[in-house]
Design a protein around this ligand. Structure first.
Ligand SMILES: [Fe+2]
Ligand SMILES: [Fe+2]
Length: 471
């Protein structure tokens, strides 16, 4: 694939050979930049930020690190190269050649998948736009901006697909992606978690830990798509996404590390008394973000999920490398339902349980991270264990949505829930307290009191590097 880096829109999709498409995207570009300036990082658009920019999809050499002002970031369109002879990996069309154009009968479903994925990308930038001003270090500020510009690139990736493959309604969808706003009453973003306020750094780290991780599993499922341009787009997006997950997981890990230090310093073992984030508070935020993110996978039993799998549009996590059988018309899976105030288990068909399979892999991955954080706590000699709440807890979508459960998964009455809610999920006091400790710390090599410094810097640079040169 030839790489066109000096074009208005950097790309490896031979954009210059399709003048109509090129013109359409170049017309969308100024609207995107306008959106970025209005909804991107507030107060830091003129800073020089040490950022990586995707310049190809070659392993090892795909990124370039340099100082960039964010509005000048070179957002490009990069797809993994096409593999000749590739076949559809799952569902009713298994073994048939992958589609290079949109199959008519799946057009609407595909467009919905692409728009839903695409909508999350600008949404997260909007959610995080005020965080620059309270960054705990220049290193963290740089990571925030890195995540932001790459979410912008992921929007480009989806908009390319809409423009290239969906004609006029694709172009309209691309406009709408710039028109919705996270948290807006009249034109909110499509998915719940992407309308949640993310106005301090604890939420930012939990967002990149849990919400970006949902993104990883959704992208992985789409990377198995029989619609090949979508699969190739998502494969490369996952490369960038890995850093976002790193930011989240190590961010929370560094909070845990610092909290333990502060607890040991305090004569009552009270991290808050030392200006830190106490472990019960962290637990409440984990409960909140994790449960909201479980909703992103959809209902436990879902005919939409069955259709997407059957059509070959989505696969399971690592469908090709982890599974032998890809049709999934036989057998089923036990799913919990609530009936007459009790949990009952019923078998649903495998295809109808596809959301649940993906959610399982996500949960395993989240648990791995929590185990790591708990090791840090253990090592410091403190007796406390962070836990992922039950997947019934605080759900807004699926079989448990109309009911209340405690974090262990026991059913509660509405009254019990109201009484206990403030001890389960973040409450008004937590928000006031966190706002009070989120003071910027913007000297190279310095770090806020509530978080430990990272083990190493970015791209071989030291922690005390000037990752952001403020205007
Ligand atoms: Fe993304
Ligand atoms: Fe991300």
């Amino acid at each position: 694939m030839s790489i066109e880096l000096n074009e208005k829109i950097p790309n490896n999709v031979d954009l210059s050979t399709d003048k109509r498409l090129q013109r359409a995207l170049e017309n969308w570009q100024p609207n995107y930049i306008e959106w970025w300036k209005e909804m991107g990082p507030v107060g830091h658009q003129a800073d020089d930020v040490y950022l990586r920019t995707a310049i190809s999809v070659e392993t090892g050499g795909w990124a370039n690190f340099d100082y960039v002002k964010m509005p000048d970031y070179r957002w490009g369109i990069f797809l993994e190269p096409k593999t000749e002879g590739k076949t559809i990996g799952q569902g009713d069309h298994v073994g048939e050649p992958v589609w290079d154009e949109v199959p008519g009968e799946h057009r609407n479903a595909l467009r919905r998948l692409i728009v839903t994925q695409g909508d999350t990308e600008p949404a997260s930038v909007e959610q995080q736009k005020l965080l620059g001003d309270t960054a705990p270090s220049l290193y963290d500020m740089r990571n925030l901006f890195q995540v932001n510009v790459e979410e912008g690139r992921h929007l480009w990736a989806m908009v390319y697909l809409l423009h290239r493959y969906f004609g006029r309604d694709g172009r309209e969808e691309a406009e709408d992606l710039l028109a919705r706003r996270s948290g807006d009453e009249d034109k909110p973003r499509i998915l719940g978690a992407f309308n949640e306020p993310t106005d301090h750094w604890l939420s930012f780290f939990l967002f990149t830990m849990f919400t970006d991780r949902d993104g990883k599993y959704q992208l992985a499922a789409l990377a198995e798509s029989g619609f090949d341009p979508l699969a190739r787009t998502c494969t490369f997006m996952l490369t960038e996404e890995a850093h976002h997950l790193f930011v989240g997981e190590t961010g929370v890990g560094r909070i845990v590390e610092r909290t333990c230090e502060l607890m040991k310093k305090d004569k009552n073992g009270d991290a808050r008394a030392q200006g830190g984030i106490d472990l019960p508070t962290l637990q409440r935020y984990i409960n909140q973000w994790y449960s909201v993110c479980l909703d992103l996978f959809g209902g436990e039993s879902s005919s939409n999920a069955a259709d997407a799998f059957g059509a070959g549009l989505k696969g399971r996590y690592k469908e090709q490398s982890r599974f032998e059988e890809h049709v999934c018309l036989e057998g089923g899976r036990e799913i919990d339902f609530v009936e007459g105030g009790k949990i009952v288990t019923k078998e649903v068909s495998m295809r109808n349980a596809m959301n649940e399979y993906l959610r399982d892999d996500y949960i395993t991955d989240c648990q791995r991270a929590v185990d790591r954080w708990n090791k840090t706590i253990q090592k410091s000699g403190i007796r406390f264990e962070l836990k992922l709440p039950s997947s019934r807890f605080n759900r807004g979508i699926g079989n448990f949505a109309e009911h209340h459960f405690d974090p262990e998964g026991n059913m509660l009455t509405a009254e019990e829930w109201e009484l206990k809610k403030a001890s389960y999920v973040s409450n008004a006091d937590d928000e006031i307290y966190l706002a009070s400790i989120m003071k910027p710390c913007l000297e190279p090599g310095k770090i806020a009191n509530w978080i430990a410094p990272p083990r190493r810097g970015i791209n071989g640079q030291p922690f005390d590097y000037d990752y952001v040169r403020m205007a």
